[in-house]
Design a protein around this ligand. Structure first.
Ligand code: GAR
Length: 210
């Protein structure tokens, strides 16, 4: 049975969507642990309520990113992760961490990459006046938000949207596509070719939500 370790920084709703889909569809998977970078992350409560081991590695207790990431690597390895899922993990990871887990480290980003890498994506989408926004699940490589794309979901931007209403629409799309991407990985259906991800057998990797 494959093992998933999830890293979170906050609410953990994507983590929850993945766990609930796994339960509903009876995936042969073990959620070996959830790690947050501070103890107030709400998602830790959900993990505990599901009996999933919940840990905190306080980033503030570390003088450097390197020493924080070393502890994280050790913890994730102890848990025996086949797949590391970043679900709203708001720390930039060191090249050392990324190389250690390369090919089994995935992230969800709240924008249609390569549009709007980085932070405050919903505000920036509204400022740019785009008509379509969305979310991207991708393998993590050393360039921030640049790795091979596994799948994407688009949502419309409405005339009266605020950053909050847009974020909520994107988040509900995230909850649809992140579990799908994780399942594809677990089923061994993803192959990285250059900066592309091939899904076999093929099926659409772009989802349009109206
Ligand atoms: C999600 O919208 C996710 O895409 C975003 O943080 C939110 C976490 O929500 N991630 C990033 O911005 C990563 N740079 P959640 O804790 O409820 O899953």
């Amino acid at each position: 049975m494959l093992s998933i370790v999830t890293l979170i920084s906050g609410r953990g709703s994507n983590f929850e969507a993945i766990v609930k889909t796994a339960q509903k569809e009876a995936w042969p998977v073990i959620f070996s642990g959830v790690i947050a970078n501070h103890s107030a992350a709400k998602g830790l409560d959900f993990a505990r309520s599901e009996g999933i081991p919940a840990f905190t590695v306080e980033h503030r207790a570390h003088a450097t990113r390197e020493s924080f990431d070393e502890v994280l690597i050790h913890k994730i390895d102890q848990l025996g992760a086949d797949l590391v899922v970043l679900a709203g993990f708001m720390r930039i990871l060191t090249p050392q961490f990324i190389r250690h887990f390369e090919g089994r480290l995935i992230n969800i980003h709240p924008a249609l990459l390569p549009q709007f890498p980085g932070l405050h994506t919903h505000e920036r989408a509204l400022e740019a006046g785009v008509k379509t926004h969305g979310a991207t699940v991708h393998f993590v490589t050393e360039g921030v938000d640049e790795g091979p794309i596994i799948c994407q979901a688009s949502v419309p931007v409405l005339a009266d949207d605020s950053a909050d209403t847009l974020a909520a629409r994107v988040l509900s799309a995230e909850h649809q596509i992140y579990p799908r991407a994780v399942k594809w990985f677990l089923d061994g259906r993803l192959r990285i070719e250059g900066n592309q991800v091939k899904l076999s057998p093929p099926e659409p990797q772009f989802f349009k939500y109206e």
